[in-house]
Design a protein around this ligand. Structure first.
Ligand SMILES: [Zn+2]
Length: 281
């Protein structure tokens, strides 16, 4: 019998700062699954997802919580891998360099093999919008023939300013070339508040693009001139992967973040459930 292909990453968690590891193995069953030492496995759709403003945390029915899942899930989704078994040690997925590049590189050799098993996409049939009026943020899912994204971020009176990214068809090649290398970023002025909120304990210039008053303090971490908006797209793709299947639709994001991404995910999960029930009826 052939050994199942696996790939492993080790490092420290962006938020906990402690060492952790993640391993992805070829899926024995369909779906993106998290596997645990207690022998339980759950599909990613079964997890309760919470966005804390800086990352997405999953809580599984066995009570186990895993933080900062979005960059690994983004790489899986971006490469079109929908059958995989994920194991995590240390409660958080390693930060690596703050982008999805390391995950995408590790997963690349498996794409041809895994990509062969077709997962039925979720077609957005009617527009759905979620809003955060306090932050002036919104996120809409619109019907479209391919997976596409329009994303605008707006950080007035900072070096970031307004950045926009648009792709009608965001496929595997576009993901690898234009999205995967975009790193997590934060404003120099936010760091103290983040730390006192107990977040970003593992953040350092090697895994976070730090923006000072006049621009990046670690310019080598800026993979693209508009890397900040591209990282938002990377995060959005990772959060949408919590639906466990590819999407056919255009996602229109304005100043959105994990909280709003996850509100949309729960709305879409309900649509999926209703469709399943209708099909059963
Ligand atoms: Zn991120």
């Amino acid at each position: 019998m052939n050994e199942r292909k696996t790939v492993r990453w080790e490092g420290k968690g962006l938020h906990t700062g402690v060492s952790c590891a993640a391993e992805v193995a070829e899926g024995a069953f369909p779906g993106l699954r998290f596997a645990f030492r207690d022998g339980k496995t759950y599909r990613v759709e079964e997890a309760l997802a919470v966005g804390d403003g800086r990352g997405s945390t999953l809580s599984f029915p066995n009570g186990i919580t895993i933080r900062t899942v979005e960059h690994l899930l983004s790489a899986l989704s971006g490469l079109g891998i929908w059958d995989a078994e994920i194991r995590v040690e240390g409660g958080e997925i390693p930060a690596l360099d703050g982008s999805a590049e390391g995950f995408a590189e590790g997963l690349a050799p498996f794409v041809r093999h895994w990509g062969d098993r077709e997962t039925r996409p979720f077609q957005i049939d009617a527009p759905i919008t979620v809003r955060d009026p306090q932050r002036g943020a919104s996120l809409a899912a619109l019907p479209a023939a391919s997976f596409g994204v329009s994303c605008v971020i707006d950080y007035p009176e900072t070096w970031i300013g307004t950045q926009a990214y648009y792709r009608e068809c965001l496929d595997r090649a576009v993901y690898r070339d234009e999205i995967a290398k975009a790193r997590t970023f934060c404003l120099d002025s936010e760091i103290e508040a983040l730390r006192s909120a107990g977040l970003g304990k593992g953040g350092d210039p090697g895994n976070t693009l730090v923006i000072g008053e006049n621009g990046p303090l670690n310019r080598e971490a800026l993979a693209y001139p508009d890397g900040c908006v591209r990282h938002k797209v990377l995060d959005l793709i990772g959060d949408l992967a919590l639906l466990g299947r590819p999407l056919l639709g255009h996602f229109l994001a304005f100043r959105s973040g994990h909280g709003l991404h996850l509100s949309l995910v729960s709305r879409l999960r309900r649509v999926l459930e209703d469709t399943k029930n209708e099909n059963r009826a």
